[in-house]
Design a protein around this ligand. Structure first.
Ligand code: KG4
Ligand code: ZN
Length: 340
């Protein structure tokens, strides 16, 4: 007898994207994302504005996800939502909505860790794409986190290294701000870097122990470098924009890949994945592929839609929790500092 299909509604609202997705087993039927443009005006995410925008977006986004999936809401077996980590006011919107909707539909709730979701995005069915084999290493790089995760099973993973200060995404965004780009500047650095020389400028690289990262020294070194050059020539940034972007990107990518190589060698694991918003970066994707070819790794890179925040990754994680019977009850609350 074939097993019954499991249909899960995933909801993500940890930062500035409101997203809802429907998954049927491991296949995504819909993944709707409403971005919040308002933060561009402020050079960063304003928590109060983010939660207000989630409040406006959540019902239309969920409604669109259900319609695009071509299902009826009565077919949903469970609701998976991001419990944390993230901005509390943003998480509360998704959490409260999920609790109320689950109560109304009389179906169970699945509380998902956002970082767990980034890792398990690799297990969404995609034509022609293979999935990582356990155990694997996942470099999870986003606006809020930078970690190397040792993934032993769907629900058994351990952070073996992380940043002690800024995240890689912050390093991109803060550098971008110094170059005059709007928030979030990571994708703009990527765009300009593609036509720049990555060896044009040298910036400091931290010497961290173990598998940990640090990006605050790099940020300071870029700041002082730019101040010095602009004092000599006030058009320095605009005249060297592409080379600056390429050199900053190269430095960040090298810091990240160096630690992955170390972890892979020491733990003897050649299944290597990347996840999170910064895994959309073309330099990181290309250097990872090149390193993988040299070192005999199997490299797993998510499709662009599943790099930055999305509810599909929350839904696939919910699916695996559902299969193991790991549910939340109606007393669950959002947790801004949730650990993996
Ligand atoms: O995972 P994500 O969408 O949200 C968080 O959970 O933080 O990651 C957002 C981060 C931002 O810092 C953004 O600048 C960065 O990912 N990002 C990129 C690129 N696309 C997104 N950074 C560099 N290159 C990109 N192409
Ligand atoms: Zn994220």
């Amino acid at each position: 007898m074939s097993q019954k299909d499991i249909i899960i509604l995933g909801i993500e609202s940890s930062c500035d994207d409101t997203s809802a997705a429907i998954i049927k087993n491991e296949t995504i039927l819909s993944n709707v994302i409403a971005n919040q443009k308002i933060h561009e005006l402020y050079g960063g995410v304003v928590p109060e504005l983010a939660s207000r925008a989630h409040q406006q977006n959540i019902v239309p986004v969920v409604d669109a996800a259900i319609r695009r999936a071509g299902i009826d809401k009565k077919e949903i077996d469970a609701i998976a939502f991001t419990r944390g980590p993230g901005l509390l006011g943003s998480l509360v919107v998704g959490t409260s909505f999920s609790k109320a909707f689950a109560l109304a539909l009389n179906i169970p709730l699945l509380d998902v860790n956002h970082m767990h979701g980034h890792v398990l995005a690799h297990f969404i069915d995609e034509e022609g794409k293979s999935k990582p084999k356990f155990p694997f290493l996942c470099l999870t790089v986003s606006g809020g986190h930078t970690q190397i995760v040792l993934v032993k099973d769907y629900l058994d993973m351990k952070v073996i290294g992380s940043t002690i200060d800024d995240a890689a995404g912050e390093a991109f965004d803060k550098s971008a701000k110094m170059l005059g780009f709007p928030y979030p500047g990571g994708p703009l650095i990527d765009k300009h870097a593609q036509v720049g020389n990555p060896n044009a400028f040298e910036f400091v690289r931290p010497n961290m122990k173990n598998y940990d990262f640090s990006f605050s020294g790099l940020k300071t070194s870029i700041l002082y470098f730019l101040r010095g050059k602009e004092a000599e020539n006030s058009n320095f940034i605009s005249q060297n924009l592409n080379d600056l972007c390429a050199s900053i990107q190269e430095t960040i990518c090298q810091i990240l890949i160096k630690k992955l190589i170390k972890a892979s060698k020491e733990l003897n694991i050649k299944e290597i994945a990347i996840a999170g918003g910064v895994s959309a970066n073309s330099g990181l994707r290309n250097e990872l592929k090149a390193t993988g070819e040299k070192l005999g790794w199997n490299v797993y890179i998510p499709k662009f839609d599943y790099c930055t925040d999305n509810a599909a990754m929350i839904a696939i994680t919910g699916f695996h929790q559902y299969k193991k019977g790991i549910f939340a009850d109606q007393t669950i609350a959002a947790a801004a500092r949730l650990k993996m």
